[in-house]
Design a protein. Sequence first.
Length: 311
Amino acid sequence: MAAIHLPHEPEILAAFTELARELEDGGYNGLWTGEVNSTDGVAAAALAASATENADIGVLVNVFTRAPTLVAMSAWTLGHIAPQRAHIVLGVASPLLVERWNGIAYRRLADRLADVLRFVRLSLDGRRVAGEFATITSSGFALPAPPELPPKLLVAACGPRALALAATEADGVVLNWVGPGDLDHIKPLPSDRSRVSIVVPICPTSDRAEMEEIMRPVIADYLMAPAYANQQRRLGRGDALEPMWEAWERRDRQGARHAVPTSIFDELVVWGAPVECRERLALIEAETGARTIATYFQTPAVGYREAALAR
């Protein structure tokens, strides 16, 4: 069964551990967290780990806003809390999160990603990290008693350099805003498809108009980010998405959202009755050999719990 992304809504936090147990009991083999401007991803991952026994625990961390030592300490912590289950996903986020919100220069993305991956790997191997990387200098950081079964280190990748890093040095790759049919066109990827995870947006409604209304702003806002825009161009969707990007360049946000082509919903979003969505996730895994990470977008009639645990 697929993994699932845990929600960020504040009303969920009071019952977060209970929800994690329910999802594991409901058949999900992985519980994933991240962070934007609300829930702290590592704290959420630790809560999920403490409440479960078998599900993998994944957390996406930003290699710019979290220092390499902090990423290493977070990995160390989760490695001890959830041995053999912890997955640390390294990503570069976006100019909005890094530069505009934090005032951190957003440059040399691939170098920064590689440096943090190598820094954390050395730390978890029990080595003292000293010397100059391309974007980092360290003069002797070391973790005490590294976990015997260290977390897996994955890379959230869009561009060719990040994909190459994931395929050659990381334990796996996480892909976002791609469809199952895109995998044969993304290179390089690990030859073992079980090392590939696809984030799958789920909109649990059989009403197409409702699905498009919910997903249109989400897709438009994400695919405006330079990394995702370039990814879509490489996948052959540039012509279809050009009107959306042109509207965005004119600062016409509503126009950009309305310009999302119909084909994009069909290629990137799983929608339908909740049970149908879970069946579709299983089919994607069977057809591609990759792992799926379900990200649910609530509808007015169907809440997160009801959709995620539908039978």
